[in-house]
Design a protein around this ligand. Structure first.
Ligand SMILES: C[S@@+](CC[C@H](N)C(=O)[O-])C[C@H]1O[C@@H](n2cnc3c(N)ncnc32)[C@H](O)[C@@H]1O
Length: 188
């Protein structure tokens, strides 16, 4: 076997294992690690601009490759931003990137969000499927401070009425929902 063949086989094997790992974690969590696009991120950050975010950490629930969490950390340098991710490969990539380029107020946790404590949260953000939200919302509601904001991209947070909904100018007119903790009525 030549050196080039060895390299080729190595790259094929790494790609195969990576795809398999992503497939398995997507089947497990119900949400693929598809990053939110520029338009969604811009609109989400704009929506937050006029909000008084209560004191506390900012969580990206299901942080994928870390792009949204990084944008949040850059926008809110005085806040601790925590990306929580249950898929190993995206978690390792986001953690490695932040180890090299920071910023200091950003960290990533390898965990199912249902086991994450959000007691210190001022804001939760997520870009998760509707089924995933149904699974995770009850566990997170439990320890969430009453005043915390929730911003959910594309799918509505179950059991709450949004204080504001905006549609992004993309081909799906994707909605973004904002829930102001103390103003949000929790449906029975
Ligand atoms: C659509 S991606 C969003 C990535 C990132 N938030 C963004 O906007 O670019 C959803 C991510 O949530 C993760 N995820 C889904 N369910 C999860 C759970 N229960 N705990 C932790 N991560 C989860 C998936 O692995 C996936 O990477």
């Amino acid at each position: 076997m030549t050196f080039e063949t060895g390299i080729f086989l190595f790259v094929v094997a790494v790609s195969f294992v990576s795809c398999l790992a992503i497939l398995i974690s997507t089947l497990r969590t119900g949400s693929p690690p598809m990053p939110s696009g520029e338009n969604l991120r811009r609109e989400a950050l704009q929506m937050l601009e006029s909000e008084a975010i209560p004191n506390g950490a900012i969580y990206d629930l299901g942080s994928g490759w870390g792009g949204l969490a990084r944008a949040l950390a850059a926008r809110y340098p005085d806040r601790q931003v925590i990306g929580v991710e249950a898929s190993l490969l995206p978690y390792l990539v986001s953690r490695t990137v932040s180890a090299f380029v920071g910023p200091k107020n950003l960290r990533f946790v390898y965990k199912d969000v249902r086991r994450a404590s959000v007691k210190d949260a001022g804001l939760l953000l997520c870009y998760l499927s509707g089924d995933t939200l149904k699974r995770i919302a009850p566990a997170l509601e439990d320890g969430l401070p009453a005043k915390a904001l929730i911003l959910s991209i594309t799918f509505a947070w179950p059991g709450r009425k949004p204080a504001e909904t905006r549609r992004v100018r993309d081909m799906f007119r994707s909605p973004i929902y904002l829930y102001r903790g103390h103003e949000t009525t929790v449906a029975a």
